[in-house]
Ligand binder design. Sequence first.
Ligand code: FAD
Length: 323
Amino acid sequence: MPEDDPDERTADVAVIGGGPAGLSAAVYTARADQETLVFDDGGGTTRDVDRMENVYGFPDGITGPELVARGREQAAKFGAEFVPEEVVRLSTTDGETYAVETTERTYAVRGVVLATGASYESPAIADVERFEGRGVSYCVECDAYFYRDSPVAVVGAGNYAAREALMLLDYTDDVVLLTNGDDLVADPDLVDRLDEADIPVRMDRLDTLVGDETLDGVETGDGERITVDGLFVALGAAGGTDLAEMLGVPTANRAVETDAEMGTPVPRVYAAGDVTGGQRQINTSVGEGTRAAINLLEDLRDTADYVDYRKIDTDASDAPADD
Ligand SMILES: Cc1cc2nc3c(=O)[nH]c(=O)nc-3n(C[C@H](O)[C@H](O)[C@H](O)COP(=O)(O)OP(=O)(O)OC[C@H]3O[C@@H](n4cnc5c(N)ncnc54)[C@H](O)[C@@H]3O)c2cc1C
């Protein structure tokens, strides 16, 4: 970081992404007195989710936007600063500081948490977007519960789709796998399990979704209607891995590769949440953000002894009893 560049802003930590993974990381780093910038270009999956019933601590469910708003409030309370800019480049010249370049300016930081999420691929079927949240889902783990004992379909033609179809059997016996014109290319054991479970695999091209307020079915190119209440899209997710690759962080299957501590081979660069692949859930994203932050803090202090209660003596409002 050149000292004489008046336009360059410095901080201890850059958290890139303002979803649950990034915000949970920011709560920890900011609360441990590390100057924390949270870069958030206003997108992300969480903001798109209507209702979630499996987020820890919310027995009545919570919407994605509310969850983000609460996380932002909590991170801000401990001093995290939000930067509403898109990060376009990450680089380092000395391996000590990292340059975070946004569309507006450059920031120099000592540690990075990559929490850029993932975007889910959508099939080219008419009206998919209209039925998102009204029958179309991108996550069996999240939404299958709403389709117990109902007819459902999975759209996809790979291992991921096969696994999602098999997972649906926990909720309903009426499952069909729709490859949308492609061959099913899945591991033989998964194909066997589909077979054993009597899950039909249909290769028809899909044309349009039908229904009024909610999904009633999907129509094939031949005009046949397959009646389903739920359509689970299992085409995979495109992770926000570009920034990681700029730093030489390894990626695989469109996800950032981390070790068990959410670390990467690049010093003080961690990743958390959907961008790391895996189970892609709010609770796991929060857990990974926490783990990334705690380990980054250890790096920054150059000690394995993590203590984050230093503020309690100086600010009574931070005491755990008040949280
Ligand atoms: C339809 C649907 C329903 C779901 N339902 C559930 C559910 O019921 N329960 C559950 O646990 N999970 C559910 N999920 C999964 C859950 O939403 C994700 O696991 C979670 O959102 C991941 O959080 P994250 O912080 O990793 O990423 P995100 O929430 O996607 O956040 C990524 C952040 O990075 C920012 N960003 C990305 N690139 C840049 C950049 N270059 N510069 C600046 N900012 C950037 C974005 O703006 C955003 O703030 C669902 C997902 C979908 C799609």
